[in-house]
Design a protein around this ligand. Structure first.
Ligand SMILES: [Zn+2]
Length: 398
């Protein structure tokens, strides 16, 4: 019954399609689609079609919406875990996917030899400003291949990689003798936001299959636990295994199959919740289109759930619908026949008459966006504003 692609963890071919995600890439006219398979044996979820490394690199290089409000809290948690495992003083440390430097900044108190990798131009600049003595590069290829590190960390990165295995072998080569590797990943069998399942997350791991994956790539586990940031994160601390063990095929334990079942059930439950949300959102959208007839309808922002909603129910949107988003990678993409425009065009649409605005969960985390929408709402169309999200509505009405 072998029918899937090769599982990146256990190398079996027992994968089958479980869901898809729309995603924008630079220089494409429409949204792309990423299909995910789940491995019947080990439960890892992996893509059966992918963008190229260059396309994904461009996506991260220019993506503007990468602010994470919980970074400092997160840095504390990672640092205390690291300190319980190693003495960090005078260690040479590399943070792959260092973002705006929240973790490097905290590690500076412990160590003076800090290196970071960050593909996003804006974040890399922030990191260099925040941690002045760190050496921050755009990609791993800029690092001297002979340089060795005592500690390599990857927080919230592995699930974004197209070829996690390639980074693992590179990481192993860059570790000094007795060096350590720390990684944390969202646990697909745990709690999480529905958006965790979709692009830009490419692989979904859980504790058993991630440990198996690392063992196959020459790492032994020293310590692990999890922490909760709304999403359950697994964190694990590894040392390099002796070379004679690395690369050997490690078969999933018998218990892995039941773990794989639990993962699948958990994911199906989340997808069901998403379906209910999309159906309710469709009703609101249909009502607005019907009540307003001819008047302009603006949908802003056009995040993942809106993209799914439109793609699922509308092959072609009516002419009075406008799509707006700040993400430059998304702009000028056509969704259900309508091209996404930047927020700068909003005033010209507003002037043409009444319209309804749809907003999504993004409003809770993005203060600047909320203030912007609020200011337009007050001036132009307070009573015509419609929100998917209860919290956002409450915040706008206070
Ligand atoms: Zn597998």
């Amino acid at each position: 019954m072998k029918y899937g692609n090769v599982c990146p963890v256990c190398r079996s071919r027992y994968g089958r399609r479980i869901f898809s995600s729309p995603y924008p890439l630079p220089a494409a006219k429409t949204l792309n689609r990423l299909d995910y398979e789940i491995c019947f044996l080990c439960g890892v979820i992996y893509p059966s079609n992918k963008p190229s490394v260059q396309q994904l690199h461009l996506y991260y290089k220019y993506h503007p919406d990468l602010n994470e409000p919980n970074h400092v809290k997160r840095g504390d948690r990672v640092l205390s875990f690291l300190k319980r495992n190693i003495e960090m003083r005078n260690k040479k440390i590399l943070d792959i996917g260092c973002g705006d430097g929240y973790l490097l900044g905290q590690m500076r108190r412990e160590s003076g030899y800090l290196y970071g990798i960050e593909p996003n131009d804006k974040r890399r600049k922030s990191c260099s400003e925040l941690v002045k003595d760190a050496v921050v590069s755009e990609s791993l290829s800029e690092i001297d291949p002979d340089m060795k590190f005592d500690l390599i960390v990857m927080t919230d990165v592995m699930e974004h990689l197209l070829e996690p295995q390639a980074i693992l072998s590179r990481t192993k080569k860059m570790l000094a003798p007795n060096g350590f590797f720390y990684v944390d990943i969202p646990d697909v069998s745990g709690k999480g936001f529905i958006s965790d399942l979709f692009f830009p997350h490419i692989h979904h791991f859980s504790k058993d299959n991630f440990q198996l994956f690392l063992r196959r790539n020459g790492f032994n586990i020293n310590d692990s636990d999890n922490y909760d940031m709304g999403t359950t994160f697994l964190r694990m601390f590894f040392c390099a295994a002796e070379d004679k063990n690395s690369g050997k095929l490690v078969v999933p334990a018998a218990s892995a199959r039941s773990a794989a079942c639990r993962i699948e059930m958990n994911v199906m439950k989340k997808l069901e919740g998403l379906d209910r949300f999309l159906n309710a959102a469709l009703l609101k959208l249909e009502q607005s289109l019907f009540q307003r007839k001819g008047a302009a309808l603006v949908i802003y922002p056009c995040g993942l759930q809106i993209q799914m909603l439109l793609q699922k129910f509308f092959s072609k949107l009516p002419e009075n619908v406008f799509l707006i988003d700040r993400n430059s990678v998304l702009q000028d993409k056509s969704i259900s026949g309508v091209s996404v425009k930047p927020p700068e065009v909003l005033p010209s649409i507003v002037d043409d008459g009444a319209f309804i605005l749809f907003a999504s969960g993004d409003m809770n985390t993005n203060k600047a966006l909320m203030e912007y929408v609020k200011s337009i709402c007050r001036e132009k169309f307070e009573s015509d504003c419609l929100f998917f999200n209860g919290k956002a509505t409450a915040a706008l009405r206070q």
